[in-house]
Design a protein around this ligand. Structure first.
Ligand SMILES: CC(C)(COP(=O)(O)OP(=O)(O)OC[C@H]1O[C@@H](n2cnc3c(N)ncnc32)[C@H](O)[C@@H]1OP(=O)(O)O)[C@@H](O)C(=O)NCCC(=O)NCCS
Length: 157
């Protein structure tokens, strides 16, 4: 498995796959081309046999100098459970450390149980919100009206 930085052209391959990879949820609008042009140092593609098997879009926080943020991670449905997500995260963690950042944040929707299980497994903690659903703490209306979110944080050692 090769891990490389994203390029602008990857947008045209990945964008049409996103809604399918997210089980039909309309997610592609949340990942416009700009991420593939302006976050290349902290965004990665996992590739094998010339095919994209997974991707991670992240960045160094512009506001909090010890923090980084993972905006999107996706693995091809046929290749899940093979530690591709984990490899992408490990690579991101290494890059973050090189950039003297030690805190990583990300946000997910409460319906995305896979994402919650995956991030918990990857050592992220759920930040205390204002509501509990199925034992998961939520921040209600975080991304607008009725847009509840689960907030994750991980501190690298
Ligand atoms: C979430 C996602 C990226 C995980 O990728 P993956 O390559 O299948 O995950 P990995 O094989 O690297 O798994 C890493 C760890 O998470 C756990 N994990 C992964 N998917 C899981 C699931 N559905 N339920 C429970 N645990 C899970 C694995 O067991 C593994 O733990 P281990 O190392 O102790 O065995 C992938 O399922 C995906 O693309 N989902 C759709 C997109 C999405 O929801 N992205 C996240 C929100 S942006």
């Amino acid at each position: 498995m090769k891990i490389r930085s994203v390029e602008g052209a990857d947008y045209y391959v990945i964008s049409p796959l996103i809604n399918e990879w997210w089980k039909g949820r309309q997610m592609s609008d949340m990942l416009p081309k700009l991420f593939f042009d302006h976050f290349q140092n902290t965004s990665f593609i996992a590739e094998e046999e010339g095919e994209i098997r997974g991707f991670l879009i992240g960045f160094l926080s512009q506001s909090h100098m010890n923090e980084a943020y993972i905006h999107f991670v996706g693995v091809h449905p046929e290749y899940r459970g093979k530690k591709i997500g984990k490899q992408l995260y490990s690579h991101f963690f290494d890059i973050i450390k090189q950039n003297r950042r030690n805190t990583i944040r990300c946000v997910t929707s409460p319906v995305n149980k896979t994402s919650i299980a995956y991030h918990t497994n990857m050592g992220f903690k759920i930040e205390q919100g204002d509501k509990n659903l199925d034992n998961v703490s939520l921040h209600t209306n975080y991304d607008g009206v009725n847009q509840d979110r689960v907030l994750f944080v991980k501190h690298l050692v």
